[in-house]
Write a protein that binds this ligand. Structure first.
Ligand code: ZN
Length: 153
């Protein structure tokens, strides 16, 4: 495994639309492993492939320690409710902002075995699904934030 360099806001790779993964290869699996290592080293709860310069629809999330969620070609298929809370991003260090998101989110994705699965999450996990999937279409939470918090602190 290798730790990858996290791209920061201003890097145009973060603003591009990612392509689907058409075939899961050993390189895909290595990328997943490296993304998990990179996320953990940065104390993050989620990381999307464009954040390490790869324009593919791949996301890793670890909201609960030890429970890594790997999503290949994820799509949000259902949402319910709303929540408003602080959000940050490994590509925008030292900042946070208030973002409104759905409280419950269901995603459909492919796992590393190539199988399709669905997963639902609430609260922080729902927020992580939305935040990380946004990255795959070039969106950052600062585009959606109602206000930033760092100026107030
Ligand atoms: Zn982010």
């Amino acid at each position: 495994m290798a730790k990858l360099q996290i791209r920061r806001v201003g890097d145009e790779v973060l603003r591009k639309t990612c392509r689907p993964v058409e075939e899961i290869t050993p390189r895909t699996l290595t990328l997943l492993d490296d993304m998990v290592e990179t996320m953990r080293a940065a104390n993050g709860v989620g990381l999307a492939a464009p954040q390490v310069g790869i324009l593919r629809r791949i996301v890793v999330i670890e909201v609960e320690e030890g429970k890594v969620i790997e999503l290949i070609n994820p799509k949000i298929i259902a949402t319910a409710g709303t929540q408003e809370g602080a959000e940050g991003c490994l590509s925008i260090p030292g900042r946070s902002g208030i973002v409104k998101r759905p409280r419950h989110v269901t995603v459909r994705a492919t796992n590393r075995q190539g199988e399709t699965f669905e997963m639902s999450g609430s609260d922080l996990l729902a927020r992580a699904f939305c935040h990380e999937l946004d990255h795959l279409d070039g969106h950052l939470y600062i585009d959606r934030a109602e206000r930033m918090l760092d100026e107030e602190e």
